[in-house]
Design a binder for this molecule. Sequence first.
Ligand code: ZN
Length: 477
Amino acid sequence: MKKLFVLILFALSFSGKGYSETELPALGDSTSGLISLQQEQELGSLWLRQLRANQATIDDPLLITWFTDSIYQLVPFSELAVTDLQLVVVDSPQLNAFAVPGGIIGINYGLFLYTADEDELASVLSHELVHLSQRHFARQVEAAQRRNPIALATLLASIILIATDNPDAGFAGLVSSQAAAIQSQLAYSRDFEREADRLGMNILVQSGMDAHAMPEMFSSMMEANRYSSSALEFLMTHPLTPSRVSDAGNRAEQYPIRPRTRSFEFLALKLGAERRYQLKDNSAAEFRQRLENARGVDRDALLYQLADIALVQREPQKGMNYLQQVSAEYRQHPAMDALQAKLLAADNQVADATSLLRQKLLIHPQDLSLRETLSRILIDTNRPAEAIPLLKDLTADYPQMPFSWSLLSEAANAAGDQVLAYRALGESYYFSGRRQDAVQQFRSAIREAARIKDFQRESAIRERLRYIEASDDRLPG
Ligand SMILES: [Zn+2]
């Protein structure tokens, strides 16, 4: 379903204008005369909301932080015109990554299962960034439309209905063989894949990573695909040929081999993916066994995961024992402190937990793990009013992420601020692709604000509701 939405929205945005492929800007420009920058942002944001409505996503603070840092390390070398990006991680074991015009970049959490180090993972992200900066999707949709304009128009009609929250009317038309036929035409062309590989390797090298990671990543993808019952999701939209693998290998030969990056964050997240998708209930036993031979950062990542498993299993003392074994280098990592605080709170040492977090926030005021953990603990220990300002900051920094809004709603509700509780829940629904539910919450917020004669907030929320209700008018069409 997800890929269909991509297709749909971009078919929607780039249809019916009759430009030829050559008239589209070829380099470093994410907008064209076909669609305004503002419309592209609206479409991207609509696409993201639809994705969240149809696929589970992961809002783990360590994952979001690592992903944000990794992307922004590559972006300066990418020719990307718009650098205000929205990142999303899909809860799926499949190997996949995607970049959607409007500044959306996503990965499946399962991508970690297939990558040995951050250079390999970055080679996939660099490739995606090139598709985005060179506007390959728009050019591809445009070409498909020239081949078969009627099919695309029919598809568009169903899509608009879906996009505007009328699922009953649109769904039947959507899941048609016609749609599938168009989708298959939208795998990136060989030329675009070659360009994404070539410029992607430049991004990789300029950001200081090892060029040789790219051919190795391709080889392991081909290998994985050979042993998979269904084709890898990624390879359906990015067809991988033996010549792409050898071209990447030859190109990498021009560059010296550089040491690969395997940070604590990457390793902890990779173990987290194994735990979630492969090892499941056997994770603790397996990680304990690996601990016997592990050294350095690998050992610290294992200890972090083992402590987290202990937290989930409500064995906080055991968890704290694991954290005590972490090396001095990583013991000060904010994610370790956040986990330590969660373990302390679970062990009824709430005052120690909150003072640890407040102290660490002085050193890392922007850290997502620390901020989310402190808010959560304050809500759970009946101090919701103290969590509200923290969560207001969090929603300002991550305005399109539903989890910070739903936490804010929870805090406001517990603190007795019903206007804020409705409003924040409305935002959470809205960014989860549940627009009707969102509108209802906004209406409740307006009623409540009127009842308590808070006319300032009443008018602000009315304004926000008008903006949301008018969002369809801002789409191209
Ligand atoms: Zn590609």
